[in-house]
Design a protein around this ligand. Structure first.
Ligand code: UDP
Ligand code: MG
Length: 323
C-alpha cells in the first residue's frame, strides 16, 4: 500500500526533472512507508516527456502523466491529485524550490494529526524585486478578497491527508486554486516555514501573462467586493441627492437665493445615476448568487463519524445524499 504520494507538475522542466529525481529519491527513501512520485507533464514542448519516460522505465516508484497541451499548473496539480494513491499527498514544484527535506517535515506534522500542512516562504532566494513585490501584494489581496483565513506567503507546496485530498477532488468548480480551496476545506491545518531556495535549473515558467491569469483566477471568483460596488455607490448617490433636495427645498422655503432652477438639476442627475447604479448593484447580487450556485460546492465536508458507518455521506449532498 502506498503511504505517500508526491505530485509534481512539470512544464518544460527537462533539466530539473532528473535533478529532482536524483535529489528527492534518497530523501524520500528515509520515509517509513512506500511512496510514489507522480510527475504531470503539463504539455511541455521540450524533452520533459522523454526524460519522464526514462525515469518511469528505470524506477516503478516514478509515475508519469503527459497532458495533451499546456493547461497550467493548477490543472496539472489536480490531475496528479486524482491519480495519487497515498495516505498523505504532497504537492510540490519540479524545480526543487520546494525542498524534499521540507516535505518530510510536513509529513511529521501529518503524523501529529494535521490533515493539511501549508509551507510558508520565509525568505525567497535571489528573486527579482518585481517578483517579490507582486508576490507580497498577491497573497495579501487574495486573503482580503477570499475572506478566508489564508496563511500568507504559502503557495501550493502543501500536504493533504487522504480525506482532504478526496475533498479537494470533490469540489466541482472550474476555477481551481489549491491554496485557497485547501483552506476552505477546514480540518486541522498548520503551517511550517522554510527558506525558498533558487530554481535548480531553467527559468520560471510563470510569464507575466500567466501570473496575471493566476491572480485573476484566484481573486475574481472568490471576491464579491467588485460586484457590490455599484450597490454601495447607488445608495450613497441616492442619499446625497435626497439630502441636496431637502437643503434646496428649505432654502427655497426661506426665500433664500440658491442659483435658480439649474441648482435642482444636479441632485436630479445624481438621483438618476444613483437609481441606475442601485439597479446594477441589485442585479450583481443575483450574479454573485448564480456564481456561488454554479460552483456547486458541497454543503459540508465530514472529518470523522462516530457510531456511524465510514460510508456515510462524505460531503454535502451533491451526489443526491441528504444534507
Ligand atoms: N508549471 C506547470 N504548468 C505551467 C507553469 C508551471 O506545470 O503552465 C509547473 C512548473 O514546471 C513548476 C511549478 O509549476 O514545477 C511552478 O512553476 P515555476 O517554478 O515556473 O513558478 P515560480 O516558482 O517561478 O513561481
Ligand atoms: Mg519555481
Amino acid at each position: 500500500m502506498i503511504k505517500y504520494s508526491f505530485v509534481v507538475p512539470a512544464y518544460n522542466e527537462e533539466e530539473s526533472l532528473s535533478l529532482f529525481y536524483r535529489h528527492a529519491m534518497p530523501v524520500f527513501e528515509r520515509l517509513d512507508g512506500e511512496f510514489e512520485i507522480i510527475f504531470v507533464n503539463d504539455g511541455s514542448s521540450d524533452g520533459t516527456a522523454d526524460i519522464l519516460k526514462q525515469l518511469c522505465a528505470k524506477d516503478k516508484r516514478v509515475k508519469g502523466i503527459s497532458l495533451s497541451r499546456n493547461f497550467g499548473q493548477q490543472s496539472a496539480l489536480l490531475c496528479g491529485l486524482a491519480h495519487a494513491r497515498g495516505e498523505a499527498v504532497v504537492a510540490m514544484d519540479a524545480d526543487l524550490q520546494d525542498p524534499p527535506e521540507v516535505a518530510l517535515q510536513m509529513i511529521e506534522k501529518w503524523k501529529e494529526g494535521f490533515e493539511i500542512v501549508h509551507a510558508r516562504h520565509k525568505k525567497r532566494a535571489k528573486e527579482t524585486v518585481f517578483k517579490r513585490l507582486t508576490a507580497f501584494l498577491y497573497y495579501r489581496t487574495l486573503k482580503k478578497a477570499t475572506g478566508l483565513d489564508l496563511p500568507l506567503d504559502c503557495g501550493d507546496f502543501k500536504l493533504l491527508g487522504r480525506k482532504a485530498a478526496d475533498a479537494v477532488l470533490s469540489l466541482h468548480e472550474h476555477a481551481r486554486l489549491l491554496r485557497a480551496q485547501s483552506v476552505w476545506l477546514g480540518f486541522r491545518q498548520t503551517v511550517i516555514e522554510f527558506d525558498r531556495p533558487e530554481r535548480v535549473a531553467g527559468k520560471s515558467k510563470y510569464t507575466l501573462q500567466k501570473m496575471l491569469r493566476l491572480a485573476k483566477s484566484g481573486i475574481i471568483p472568490n471576491s464579491r467586493a467588485p460586484l457590490s460596488f455599484p450597490l454601495q455607490a447607488g445608495i450613497a448617490l441616492c442619499l446625497l441627492s435626497v439630502a441636496a433636495f431637502i437643503v434646496l427645498g428649505v432654502l427655497t422655503g426661506m426665500g433664500i437665493g440658491y442659483g435658480g432652477l439649474t441648482a435642482w438639476l444636479f441632485p436630479a442627475l445624481a438621483l438618476t445615476a444613483g437609481i441606475l447604479s442601485l439597479n446594477t448593484g441589485l442585479q450583481n447580487l443575483y450574479i454573485a448568487e448564480i456564481y456561488e450556485e454554479g460552483k456547486n460546492r458541497p454543503h459540508f465536508v465530514v472529518s470523522e463519524t462516530y457510531n456511524l458507518p465510514e460510508a456515510s455521506p462524505k460531503n454535502g449532498g451533491n451526489e443526491g445524499e441528504h444534507a
